[in-house]
Design a protein around this ligand. Structure first.
Ligand SMILES: [Zn+2]
Length: 203
């Protein structure tokens, strides 16, 4: 798995945003939540560093944990749609995929979308881009991987991060082992570089 998506993949999907314009802003994102025990910790950690972020939520998780979902918004973070049930676009019909995304959006109410696993067909991407800003990333922390140590996870981010970067972490139980170590240190590193963590906005 790539930490940074190769250029040829980026060119294949012109409707997808992989990175933001260069500036002194960095865009941290958290996928797959909200998750009890993890979301609260992330929100507190971000607040400690005066950082804002974007949470690509699953419709089913937001539905199950409405108080956590509200907490994200109330803390000033931005919500993105990550489908209702974490669907892989490849091998799924256009109609069924769109239906799952729209079903999630009845709960999430957002114009940002991120495809689970980054796996989406060009036709699905085209159709969704009529209604959503399509966001992927330029830095994958790989926090979810059992083969990645907390220090490696931190290093995956800090050695690549720069103004305009979109960084992926996960708001999930699986990623928490690495996230606990890597997130506060990433926030400190970004601050030391004179960069600001912001939510994805003004597209
Ligand atoms: Zn995901």
């Amino acid at each position: 798995m790539y930490i940074r998506p190769p250029q040829w993949i980026q060119r294949l999907f012109p409707s997808i945003i992989w990175t933001m314009p260069e500036s002194n802003h960095v865009y941290l994102t958290f996928d797959d939540g909200p998750t009890p025990g993890v979301t609260e910790w992330i929100v507190d950690c971000l607040a400690e560093y005066d950082a804002h972020a974007t949470f690509f939520c699953l419709g089913k998780n937001a539905e199950q944990h409405p108080h956590l979902f509200r907490m994200i918004g109330e803390a000033g973070h931005r919500i993105g749609n990550h489908t209702y049930s974490h669907q892989k676009g490849w091998g799924m019909s256009l109609e069924r995929y769109i239906e799952d995304v729209d079903f999630a959006n009845d709960i999430l109410h957002t114009d940002l979308f991120r495809a689970p696993y980054g796996r989406i067909t060009p036709a699905q991407a085209r159709r969704l881009s009529e209604r959503y800003h399509m966001i992927l990333w330029d830095i994958l922390s790989r926090d979810y991987s059992q083969w990645v140590t907390p220090r490696q996870c931190l290093h995956n981010v800090t050695r690549h991060v720069q103004g305009g970067s979109i960084v992926v972490f996960h708001d999930s139980v699986k990623a928490f082992r690495n996230l606990r170590y890597a997130l506060p240190r990433t926030l400190q590193y970004i601050k030391d570089q004179g960069l600001i963590c912001s939510s994805i906005d003004n597209l």
